[in-house]
Design a protein around this ligand. Structure first.
Ligand code: M6R
Length: 606
């Protein structure tokens, strides 16, 4: 949530800042700004996306040190004044900040009592003035930032630029910060993705750490203590560049990337000959797996839906109780944690604050928690220490698609692995592995012949609301379809397990109400057909996602067939038409598909 980029070195910085922001724009896009040091510090900021800010930049801005920010508003409306960077009263300090300063009201009041005029409604601006006040004491940028932060309560990823010093001071507490080391140049970003064009050598800052950057390097120390060694990590090449290529939007590109992403996820991790799993990042021996009493999976949004499917697959294959939890509720419910149980924190970005808090809660109570994460080296991955990278590659569209599939695949592979440590036979395990390995080809097959997606779009685009129904593993798919359509096309959507519909949501149905029903050919199909009849009896229009060759197709007003697959893995096929429906509906409605309003790709505030 919010993106930060900064540079200090010999090169002209302004274009680099704008490019850095472009790569971070998916983190937040209410307003953007840059600050460049050139004797004074010049600030340019504007409501809107990076391109809007770029339009106000002069042709040349000289300066080789700068910081930049793309905002997702928390405190204060979306205005030019509230956009970052923020400048101190004496123009000697300029900051960009991610996170929330919880005691900003009292800090702002105190500043006003000292005669300082505040120019924005943000919690962040106070930090710029406070650092400037501290700087006047000893003219030491690092110490000034440290003293300022000791009075702040909350979370920060903070970068400070100084008119009279050739350094950038950076601090982290609860908001990701990664530093990049080049040759004679140093970078800072909220996300490694923005560093990859410049350097592969990075230093992840931990909570409670502060760093001083100059063109020669990085010095890290603790906010409340001494110096610490900088551990340089090499970024994995595979993360690479995410360009649109021939696609019009990242969402569409990422939908089409699902087969290849799934191959990356599964490759080398399943042994077809023995029926065994090899998720080595978990670092759990089969004997330990055997003793696990239950499994809990925690995530938000799409990750939660993937977790809900994982829960069912694990329970079915391993005959082991499994449950999924909404991460934002988890820690506040004071959960009982069994140290023998396994917990999975599931997250594409690896930065979701709600999920991270749940991880910390589990660890605090002595539990084991493993990450199921896409972004290598992200906060959740590092906090867990063990887990499964899902290897989706960069996901740029705010609406998650290919990460969902890989999360489901990763949890399915874990299900096979733990089931084998228990009572799953080799033959049955081989059957599951073969089915899983077939899926990328089946998705490719479907993408070549997508069925009447545009008819479905026509039925949905003017709807007041849409009901999504499914049973068993298709209930979370219904929830995922509803989330996709809602977030990119802004149509109110409700998702229910099909059997629950008659307990309330049926009241919404009237002649022509669109209902999207996911009904693969599994053991609950007949029950789902009953729900279809109940909807039809009220005049609803049925958009049915079903498997090829199944007579159920006659039950839909619009029927979209996906290739037949093993029952437990049907979500990996049935979700694809739902993603396409959301994408095309949003396009028809003129919505910004990749950057839906009010959203951000990684939600780093609770
Ligand atoms: O990065 P995460 O997987 O932890 O993100 C969790 C949710 O914020 C995310 O899935 C969100 O719901 C997406 N916009 C859904 O498309």
């Amino acid at each position: 949530m919010c993106g930060i980029f900064g540079y200090i070195g010999p090169k002209q910085v302004s274009n680099m800042l704008v490019e850095g922001l472009r790569r971070l724009e998916y983190r937040g896009y209410d307003s953007t700004g840059i600050a460049v040091k050139n004797g004074n510090i010049s600030i340019f900021k504007k409501v809107g996306k990076v391109a809007d800010m770029e339009s106000i930049l002069p042709r040349a801005i000289h300066g080789t040190v700068g910081i930049a920010h793309t905002r997702w508003a928390t405190h204060g409306g979306v205005t030019d004044e509230n956009a970052h960077p923020h400048e101190s009263f004496d123009s000697k300090v300029v900051i960009v900040h991610n996170g929330i300063i919880e005691n900003s009201r009292s800090l702002r009041k105190h500043l006003v009592s000292q005669g300082i005029e505040l120019n924005s409604e943000t919690d962040s601006e106070a930090l710029a003035h406070m650092i400037a006040i501290e700087l006047n004491q000893d003219n030491n940028p690092l110490e000034a930032v440290k003293r300022c932060l000791k009075s702040a309560i909350g979370t920060w990823g903070l970068c400070a630029l100084f008119k009279e010093h050739d350094v950038i001071v950076v601090a982290r507490n609860g908001s990701p910060i990664v530093l990049g080391q080049g040759d004679g140049e140093t970078f800072v970003s909220s996300d490694p993705h923005a560093l990859t064009p410049h350097t592969q050598r990075v230093v992840y800052l931990d909570d409670g750490q502060v760093a001083v950057l100059d063109s020669n390097g990085i010095e890290v120390s603790r906010l409340h203590g001494g110096q610490i060694d900088t551990n340089v990590t090499l970024l994995e090449n595979e993360w690479g560049v995410a360009d649109l290529g021939d696609y019009s939007h990242f969402m569409l590109k990422e939908i089409y990337e699902q087969p290849e992403a799934l191959r990356q996820c599964v490759r080398g991790r399943m042994d077809l000959a023995t029926g065994n799993g090899r998720l080595r990042g978990l670092k759990i021996k089969p004997a330990e797996l055997r003793k696990v009493p239950h499994i809990r999976i925690i995530g938000c949004g799409t990750a939660l839906h993937a977790g809900m499917i994982g829960q069912l697959v694990i329970e079915k294959m391993a005959r082991l109780p499994a449950v999924s939890h909404v991460a934002s509720e988890f820690r506040h419910n004071d959960p009982v944690i069994d140290p023998e149980a396994l917990h999975f924190a599931i997250s594409q970005s690896g930065e979701t604050a709600d999920t991270l808090s749940a991880v910390k809660e589990i660890q605090l109570k002595g539990g084991q928690v493993h990450g199921v994460v896409n972004v290598v080296g992200s906060t959740i991955a590092r906090q867990c220490g063990t887990g499964v990278y899902i290897h989706s590659g960069p996901e740029q569209a705010v609406a998650s698609t290919k990460a969902f599939s890989n999360m489901v695949a990763a949890l399915s592979m874990f299900a096979i692995q733990i089931a084998r440590s228990r009572d799953l036979t080799k033959e049955k395990a081989i059957e599951y592995i073969s089915a899983l390995e077939e899926i990328p080809d089946l998705i490719e097959q479907y993408l070549q012949d997508q069925g009447p997606i545009m008819e479905a779009v026509d039925a949905l685009k003017d709807a007041k609301s849409v009901l999504f129904l499914g049973r068993g593993v298709s209930a979370p798919v219904a929830a995922e379809g509803a989330l996709k359509l809602m977030e990119v096309a802004y149509i109110p959507c409700l998702a229910y397990p099909a059997g629950e519909m008659k307990h309330g949501p049926i009241a919404l149905l009237e002649k022509g109400s669109p209902v999207v029903i996911i009904a693969p050919d599994d053991h609950v199909k007949q029950k789902t057909i009953s729900a279809i009849h109940e909807c039809r009896a009220r005049g609803a229009k049925i958009i049915l996602i079903h498997e090829q060759g199944d007579d159920i197709s006659q039950e839909g007003d619009i029927s979209i067939a996906v290739p037949k697959v093993h029952n437990l893995f049907s979500p990996l096929l049935t979700v694809v038409p739902l993603q396409l429906i959301a994408y095309h509906t949003a396009l028809q409605l003129g919505c910004d598909v990749d950057r839906p309003r009010n959203l951000a790709k990684s939600v780093t505030v609770e």
